[in-house]
Design a protein. Structure first.
Length: 225
């Protein structure tokens, strides 16, 4: 895997006193959550169903509260950049996200257009977009499937396509919500290999997961109650 190095020598994602409460709930989902994830670290978020794992991923990437209304307090910062002060479209310059509902993230009539969309929004030149699409497609086995309808892929294939999109974006931060869901044994091995390469390349990776193998891979584990 090439061209994974990020420009900052050792960026850190700093989460400070993060609390979340939905309007219809009496109690907070979680309160005063603080942690730091540094470049080259994998952080796993574990816990029972309804413990707030997905909510944490959605809060970190701005879906909460930009798209899902909620009371969110605290700080989410990448080095000196306060990500909470940025509009949703700007947050995605710093992170790529694969949510648990892979089908819900499919928007275009071909795999190629799915990968290209984020790269075009980043304003990359056409030649670089082409190179990134081809490299990501080859890594995740989509080279012969680029013109296929993304909505007609299997659940596992759609999840791999999301990984290909994240890979093509070269983001310093990658967020995954239950990335193991629907994967075959071979695809799970590919995911594990990719995560190790991302760590070696200095990326910050945060995974909400029930999978013991992914948790054991992590450098830090946050257990939500």
């Amino acid at each position: 895997m090439k061209d994974l190095k990020i420009s900052s020598s050792c960026p850190k994602l700093q989460i400070s006193a993060l609390s979340l409460r939905f309007p219809e709930t009496q109690h907070a989902i979680w309160e005063n959550l603080s942690f730091t994830a540094s470049a080259g670290e994998i952080l796993a978020v574990t816990g029972a169903n309804a413990s707030g794992k997905t909510c944490l991923i959605e809060a970190l990437c701005g879906i909460i509260p930009h798209s899902i209304p909620a009371e969110l307090t605290g700080t989410i910062a990448l080095d000196s950049i306060n990500l909470r002060e940025l509009p949703l479209c700007e947050i995605y310059r710093y992170m790529s996200v694969a949510l648990s509902d892979a089908r819900g993230q499919m928007m275009f009539p071909s795999c190629e257009l799915e990968i290209a969309f984020a790269l075009e929004n980043m304003g990359l030149p056409a030649t670089e977009i082409r190179q990134r699409i081809d490299a990501a497609a080859a890594y995740f086995g989509f080279s012969s499937m680029l013109q296929q309808d993304s909505q007609k892929l299997s659940g596992g294939e759609q999840r791999l396509l999301l990984f290909a999109i994240c890979q093509a974006m070269h983001s310093p931060i990658l967020l995954f919500d239950e990335p193991e869901a629907g994967l075959s044994q071979g695809s799970m091995a590919l995911l594990t290999q990719w995560l190790k390469e991302l760590r070696s390349a200095g990326r910050i990776v945060i995974i909400a997961t029930h999978n013991d193998a992914l948790t054991e891979l992590a450098d830090q584990v946050i257990r939500l109650k």
